[in-house]
Write a protein of this length. Structure first.
Ligand SMILES: Nc1ncnc2c1ncn2[C@@H]1O[C@H](COP(=O)(O)OP(=O)(O)OP(=O)(O)O)[C@@H](O)[C@H]1O
Length: 402
């Protein structure tokens, strides 16, 4: 059992350190350096942690979960929720990589993973999406009696009353009341309307916050293209194909049917693209994201389903074919831009200090004004590129990626 002994501060075991080095991590990022001592100290304290996209928040909370598990007890001890199955699967890959030299047992709480007949999960760490997690807890397939840590990745999204908030609260309300559970919230964004609720959800938390002007990383250069009309956006996207495939690219659309339509059309015209959205079935979604992760597809046309958290280092370009709007989150909202989703979308590139490019397509006064609002809210300039001059475009982009 020597390998399970904690060091004198009660921090990581040598087995976890081995896992961390095996992942190629030699020194902590700023958020890891700040958050880890707070996350790992005893008695456990809640945490609300904010840090820009791609700065290594996952490793911080995964290390906390692994550190708090007693591997001699075969019961769930840490739960982690994420907004999409793609992100849950990615988080799990970090748990298994970091826990490679431990005896950690893991299980998913995502759709179509467990047979309906499953009666009990004995895994130490369960990662999933809120609806499925709540269902497994309600049916007592997950025994909550030994849960010590509860993590919400993309916490502002998970707590949003217009989205996943209800399901997330259901999960929290089923946690044991016999002992304290450490609640950990992480995100790159905590808009004002969820800040107060976050503090209620994770009371007396240590807080690490960002200022408004720090929200997105400087290594992402932001551009826009003035298209003549909505149809012209398609032509521009096609003219960018060479550039999109220099590395890998993600194209974000507002609607599933737009993602399908442009991918079908581009495919018919001889371009190789993939499309992913929430209307596809689970197995298909897994296969599509895995192919993209492996670099077999270079262009992924999608919706907000993968706007958050997805970490694919080779992605050096993000295109906002449609700008994100508030009414995608809240059906009653008007057509204001969704600044948080914008920050997360462009954050799919420029990961962990790498360079990246984002391009917004605007096509009329309304979309131009929406972009202007995003520019104001983030305090970062968005530079115009001419749509008719592909050479200038290529030059500018290559320079930005150097
Ligand atoms: N200490 C480290 N040294 C080297 N690479 C690291 C380190 N910590 C994390 N990384 C790598 O940085 C990348 C980004 O990390 P991660 O996905 O955790 O970012 P994030 O902060 O959760 O971003 P987002 O807000 O987009 O979810 C990953 O590829 C991860 O493996």
């Amino acid at each position: 059992m020597a390998s399970l002994e904690k060091d004198e501060d009660g921090f990581y075991t040598p087995d976890l350190l081995k896992g961390i080095y095996d992942m190629g991590f030699s020194k902590p990022s700023k958020i890891q350096e700040r958050a880890l001592p707070l996350l790992l100290s005893n008695p456990p304290t809640n945490m609300i942690g904010q840090s820009q996209s791609g700065t290594g928040k996952t490793a911080a909370f995964v290390l906390t979960m692994l550190s708090r598990v007693d591997f001699t007890i075969n019961k769930p001890q840490a739960l982690c929720l994420a907004p999409s199955r793609e992100l849950a699967r990615q988080i799990m890959s970090v748990v298994t990589a970091m826990g490679k030299f431990t005896n950690v047992q893991t299980e998913y709480a995502i759709k179509d993973n467990l047979p309906r007949s499953a009666t009990s999960i004995t895994a130490h760490i369960i990662v999933g999406t809120p609806g499925t997690m709540a269902d497994l807890m309600r049916r007592r397939v997950i025994d909550v009696s030994e849960i010590k840590v509860f993590v919400l990745d993309e916490a502002d999204n998970m707590l949003d009353q217009d989205g996943l908030g209800d399901q997330t609260l259901r999960v929290k309300n089923m946690l044991p009341r016999t002992h304290p559970v450490q609640i950990i919230l992480f995100s790159a964004t905590f808009p004002d309307h969820v800040r107060a609720y976050s503090s209620k959800f994770a009371p007396n938390a240590n807080k690490i916050e960002l200022q408004k002007e720090e929200l997105s990383v400087d290594s992402i250069r932001q551009f826009y293209m003035d298209c003549k009309n909505a149809e012209h956006k398609y032509d521009i996207l096609v003219s960018l194909y060479q550039l999109l495939t220099i590395g890998q690219s993600i194209i974000f659309c507002q609607h599933r049917h737009t993602a399908d339509r442009i991918s079908q059309r581009m495919t018919a015209e001889g371009h190789k693209v993939a499309s992913l959205h929430g209307a596809k079935d689970a197995a298909e979604r897994d296969a599509i994201i895995d192919r993209f992760r492996e670099g077999k597809d270079k262009v992924l046309i999608t919706t907000n389903v993968i706007a958050r958290g997805i970490d694919i280092l080779q992605v050096n370009m993000v295109v906002n074919y449609d700008l994100p709007l508030m009414n995608e989150r809240d059906k009653n909202a008007d057509e204001r831009p969704d600044v948080e989703t914008y920050i997360h979308r462009i954050g799919r590139t420029g990961r962990f200090g790498r360079k990246g490019i984002s391009i917004n397509f605007v096509h009329d006064k309304k979309t131009w004004l929406q972009m202007e609002q995003i520019e104001k809210a983030t305090g970062k300039g968005i530079i115009r590129i001419e749509t008719h001059d592909v050479d200038q475009m290529e030059e500018k982009m290559k320079k930005a990626l150097k």
